[in-house]
Design a protein around this ligand. Structure first.
Ligand code: AMP
Ligand code: MG
Length: 506
């Protein structure tokens, strides 16, 4: 891959429609910050799906050696790099100012379809918010974020996206010595709950509205037209509550656990944000903790819906000054808005779970049917993904065979008993197997990013072989398709993978 490739020079490929809204808004929200050079960066992986969102020609980016630009070593003309100042509650405690300590946003663009995207280099060096840390990311965590964000996107779950990973032999010191990487993250906006919390905690109330309007104008066009400022902000806060409820329902429905749901990792656009020690569940365990550092299980799988509400509580508190100038009125309005979370979440969760069971209409008893399946799965440690997928392959006819569904359980009799209830429920409305099977295959994925699959790809990449990242990404791009040639990627995890632990340094 030569630097003199004649198709185009490095930066021509990144000669995008830079808008740089963050730089334009400036301090105290966004601070001009150039990336720090990375030693001899080399390409690791590049994602054509995300390149297309940015109007970047993937082949041209590869031919021009994208590593120079996406390491931060060469800032494209027209980009105005910044780091963002935010705070957050970490594990329930106000942590003060955090900010982009190792992420630098090159700028944001407007693509040919009028969509806005922020392009950020994660691991691009120190910023005013690095505190005592090095501003770098390691290859392991870059690969984990790349794969997870693309896996969730393919599952139709709102998330930040991954454009590329660039590697370097520069050492980075964590529990052991690792090598540096820069992951290019792409999202409409990376503003967080904590962005507002820091302003509130610092009593910078006048700085709330400009940031709220920056988000609304860029990403909530239907609300931007509301002329009355208080009405506009209130409508937006309501949307943030809804989007958060829907996002968490999405996670629950695929067995995804974020792992570090601190308020600085909560997007005001309802995107999955900041992938660290996340996990997709193998065996169903409602109290599953994917983050080894989280010993108390604050962010366990079954806590996520409550944490969503707690985090929204912190967010809504911080934007109370936008709701009313009279503190008591603002508090009453904020509380009123928050009471809607439970209802939004419940509706979103039940809709997803009914779809997973192939149910078309709503009955009061559906919740009990869903809970009884989950209890049976939990008792057996049945694999979350495989069990739902197998259900789609079972006929609703009363005398039909119970395989492959019951094969996922040790207690086959209990699984059969549940199937009888499910069949009785379907018999009331919908006995036709084929269309239901088709619907269920579009909501119950066959392929998820199991931890051991990610680990395999990381281990190979650390040895210089990046093919497994590409292969795994290719499988995960089509999680609902049968892809029989990739059957091995849908199997239960091997025994060695059961003891894998992940901590916050992921
Ligand atoms: P995270 O755990 O990645 O969500 O990060 C929490 C906070 O620590 C954020 O403010 C990050 O920017 C900061 N941070 C994490 N790792 C580093 C690092 N290697 N260098 C500088 N800041 C970091
Ligand atoms: Mg974070």
């Amino acid at each position: 891959m030569s630097d003199t490739a004649d198709s185009c020079s490095k930066t021509d490929v990144f000669d995008l429609a830079w808008v740089n809204r963050q730089a334009a808004l400036g301090e105290p929200w966004f601070f001009a910050q150039q990336p720090s050079p990375l030693g001899s960066p080399y390409p690791i992986v590049f994602n054509d799906d995300v390149a297309a969102l940015l109007d970047i020609d993937g082949d041209a980016a590869r031919a021009s050696g994208y590593a120079q630009v996406l390491s931060g070593n060469q800032v494209p003309p027209g980009a105005a790099p910044v780091s963002h100042r935010y705070g957050g509650h970490q594990f329930g405690v106000w942590a003060g100012q955090l900010g982009d300590g190792r992420a630098i946003t090159l700028g944001d663009i407007r693509n040919s379809r009028g969509e806005r995207y922020e392009i950020q280099l994660k691991g691009a060096g120190k910023t005013p918010f690095s505190r005592f840390a090095d501003g770098r990311a390691v290859l392991r965590s870059a690969v984990r974020e790349y794969l997870a964000s693309e896996a969730l996107a393919a599952l139709n779950i709102p998330t930040t996206r991954a454009l590329a990973i660039v590697g370097s032999d520069d050492p980075v010191y964590r529990e052991t010595v690792e090598t540096a990487a820069v992951m290019t993250r792409v999202a409409p906006s990376l503003v967080r709950f904590g962005s507002f919390e820091l302003l509130f905690e610092g009593r910078r109330f006048d700085d709330l509205a400009p940031l709220a309007d920056h988000v609304i104008e860029g990403h909530f066009p239907q609300l931007a037209d509301i002329d009355d400022e208080r009405d506009r902000h209130k409508a937006w806060i309501e949307r943030v509550i809804e989007l958060t409820a829907e996002l968490i329902a999405d996670w629950q429905a695929v067995g995804f656990c974020h792992g570090v749901l601190n308020t600085d990792n909560m997007s005001v656009l309802g995107l999955t944000l900041d992938y660290g020690p996340y996990g997709f569940m193998d065996s169903f365990d409602p109290g599953w903790i994917c983050n080894h550092t989280d010993q108390a299980g604050r962010y366990a799988y079954d806590q996520q819906p409550h944490v969503g509400l707690w985090n929204l509580g912190r967010f809504v508190q911080s934007v109370l000054p936008l709701l009313s100038g009279v503190p008591d009125d603002a508090v009453a309005m904020g509380q009123q808005l928050l009471t809607r979370y439970r209802q939004h979440y419940d509706r979103a969760y039940m809709a997803r779970m009914r779809a997973k069971l192939g149910l078309l209409d709503e009955r009061d008893a559906d919740r009990a049917l869903i809970e009884s399946l989950l209890r049976t799965m939990a008792r057996d440690g049945a694999d979350f993904t495989r069990t739902f997928r197998a259900l789609g392959h079972v006929s609703a006819a009363p005398q039909a065979v119970d395989a492959p569904f019951v094969d996922e359980f040790a207690d086959r009799a209990a699984a059969s008993a549940w199937l009888a209830d499910w069949r009785a429920r379907l018999g009331q409305t919908d006995a036709d197997d084929a269309p239901r099977a088709e619907r269920m295959a579009l909501t119950n994925p066959k392929f998820i990013l199991r931890n051991y699959l990610a680990q395999n790809a990381i281990d190979r990449a650390a040895e210089g072989d990046t093919a497994e990242i590409e292969r795994l990404h290719a499988v995960l791009r089509h999680p609902f398709d049968e892809q029989p040639e990739y059957e091995a990627y849908a199997r239960l995890p091997p025994d060695w993978a059961r003891g894998l632990v992940l901590s916050c340094s992921s």
